[in-house]
Structure formats: structure tokens, C-alpha cells
Design a protein around this ligand. Structure first.
Ligand code: GH3
Ligand code: MG
Ligand code: MG
Ligand code: MG
Length: 287
């Protein structure tokens, strides 16, 4: 596990790290609690935060609370408070501030390792549940809800001066593929198109054979270039079927976000563009 430990004393940090590193854990040490929070925020691979209650500039309780907010935004993270003054009040305050567990400072090696094994069981389960809740099982892309959530987060980060575009795409005459080749070949077609999108921005399956890609940091012309490339790649696909390779095309609609617009509004405009692509002949990109 990647573990962050926070204490005002380098000696304590070294002692705790010395209990964890030989067990294969990756340990990052901080004496400054604000720096620790920034690091945990920026590094999603961190699975456990062990913080002394006696730290600065954020108090240990404040750090627990901020870390709890991270953990609640779909992030598997175990928070363990540590204090040399272990009493019922400290313990209750730490747990009420978002800590999952409480240990003595300095902890006993055996106890610390056992508590981390318990923490690891929970964060692994939490990670599995988050993945299940966010993923479309057929394609492995984000499902609609997770896609919208990530897109809103990206728009919040983009602010007034940044760019962000949405691309909606839909397989053309998909019903024919299902009708002529069966549902399994239809599913394979959906997976193949999804495979083209995996590496592009924030990509999700909105439903059926309709997908969306949100491209943070991209202007309209860049999004158009990406969609044109995807359009060609889709028309190059050959889906295996008992009757021989099946070909398909996709239609694309693009919109560019401007600050103040809702994500629903942005996607609605991309959908109108997609509709135009469908009604003007399909296998095209409209923005
Ligand atoms: P258009 O070019 O206008 O998009 O035509 P279309 O035939 O693709 O039209 P439409 O979007 O209405 O058809 C979608 C079909 O996709 C209807 C539904 O039966 C099928 N479908 C939805 N989800 C799945 C799925 O998970 N697997 C398969 N095989 N088919 C699905
Ligand atoms: Mg349709
Ligand atoms: Mg379709
Ligand atoms: Mg459709």
C-alpha cells in the first residue's frame, strides 16, 4: 500500500516508516499537514493516511476531516489518527472527524501492521465497489452516471479561461447489425467502438450504442480533429461474425463548453449536432 504519515517529529516518522517499509509498503513522510493534504489530494494511489493529532498548520482533526471529504468523493482511502494522549475524548473526536481508526503514538509494530491489514481489506473492497458502480460492464467505459460526475468535475476545474469540448457519437443503423447478425455481434460492435474511445479524455457509454467523450483542455478545432480521426477508425473496424466481417460507421456531434453552461446544456447541444449528422447522411462529424 502507498501510505502517507504525518507527524511534527522526524524521529516519530522514521520509527513508523521503519515498521511499514520492511513490510513492502511505500511510505511518504510529512511534518507539515497542509503539504500532506495536498500530496494525498494529488496522488490517488495513496491508500492510507496516518496522521498524528498534534500537527500543524492544519490540526490532526482538520486533516482527518479534509481527507474524509476526499474519501467520500469515490476514493478508497483509509484514515488513521495517532496520538500519544490516548483517551476516550481524543478517540471520539478523531473518529467523529472522519478517522477510521486510532492508534497510540508511537504505535506497536505488530498492532500497526494488523490495523493496516484490516484497513487494506476495507479499501480494496471500497475500490472494487467504486469500480463496479462506475463502470459499464459490457465495455469497461464509465457508465452514464460516472461519466456525468467526472465531466462536472472537469468543468469545475476548467474555469473561465480553459477549454472543454464534448463529443457524442452513435453507431449508424445499429439495429440492422443486431437484426442481420444477432445481438452478440451487436455487443461486439459496441465493444469495438468503445475500444477506440478508451484512450480519449473522459469517455463513457451513455446507453445502447451511444457514447460520449469529454475533452478537457481542447478547443473546438482540436475536438473536430479527434472526432474525424475516430470516425475513420470506426469505419475501419471489422467485427467478427459467423457470416464474415461486419463493418459499421458512426455519426458525431460536438459542442464546446463556455463557463456558466451546465453539462446538460453542453451535451444537449452536442446531441443536436449529432441529430444533424444523422439527418444529413450519417458517418459524419457536425459541430
Ligand atoms: P441510427 O443510425 O439512427 O442511430 O439508427 P440505429 O439503428 O442505430 O437506431 P437506434 O439508436 O434507435 O438503435 C439502437 C438499438 O440498439 C436499439 C437496441 O435494440 C439496441 N441496443 C441497445 N443496447 C444494446 C446492447 O447492449 N447490445 C446490443 N446488441 N444492442 C443494443
Ligand atoms: Mg438513435
Ligand atoms: Mg444508432
Ligand atoms: Mg442510439
Amino acid at each position: 500500500m502507498h501510505i502517507v504519515i504525518v507527524d511534527s517529529s522526524r524521529v516519530v516518522l522514521r520509527i513508523v516508516a521503519g515498521m511499514l517499509e520492511p513490510r513492502g509498503h511505500v511510505v511518504t513522510q510529512f511534518t507539515d499537514s497542509a503539504e500532506a493534504l495536498a500530496y494525498v489530494t494529488d496522488n490517488p494511489a495513496v491508500r492510507a493516511l496516518i496522521t498524528s493529532l498534534e500537527v500543524r498548520p492544519l490540526s490532526g482533526l482538520e486533516l482527518c476531516w479534509s481527507a474524509r471529504l476526499l474519501a467520500e468523493s469515490s476514493r478508497p482511502l483509509s484514515i488513521i489518527a495517532m496520538s500519544s494522549a490516548r483517551n476516550a475524548r481524543n478517540l471520539a473526536e478523531a473518529l467523529d472527524s472522519g478517522a477510521d481508526d486510532f492508534i497510540d503514538k508511537p504505535p506497536g509494530a505488530e498492532e500497526l501492521q494488523a490495523r493496516l491489514r484490516a484497513a487494506e481489506r476495507l479499501t480494496t473492497l471500497q475500490g472494487d465497489l467504486i469500480r463496479l458502480a462506475e463502470t459499464d460492464p459490457l465495455t469497461g467505459l464509465l457508465n452514464r452516471r460516472a461519466f456525468l460526475h467526472r465531466t462536472r468535475e472537469a468543468a469545475n476545474r476548467t474555469g473561465s479561461f480553459g477549454h472543454l469540448c464534448a463529443v457524442l457519437l452513435d453507431i449508424d443503423h445499429f439495429k440492422r447489425i443486431n437484426d442481420e447478425h444477432g445481438h452478440d455481434v451487436g455487443d461486439a460492435a459496441i465493444k469495438a467502438v468503445a475500444g477506440l474511445l478508451e484512450s480519449e479524455g473522459i469517455s463513457g457509454r451513455l446507453g445502447g450504442e451511444e457514447f460520449a467523450v469529454v475533452l478537457p483542455g481542447q478547443r473546438l478545432t482540436e475536438a473536430e480533429a479527434i472526432a474525424s480521426r475516430l470516425r475513420l477508425k470506426a469505419s475501419d473496424l471489422r467485427i467478427r461474425s459467423p457470416k464474415g466481417p461486419v463493418r459499421l460507421t458512426c455519426s458525431f456531434g460536438i459542442s464546446e463548453w463556455s463557463e456558466g453552461e451546465t453539462i446538460d446544456g453542453l451535451l444537449k447541444r452536442a446531441d443536436i449536432a449529432l441529430y444533424e449528422a444523422k439527418t444529413t447522411g450519417r458517418n459524419r462529424v457536425v459541430s
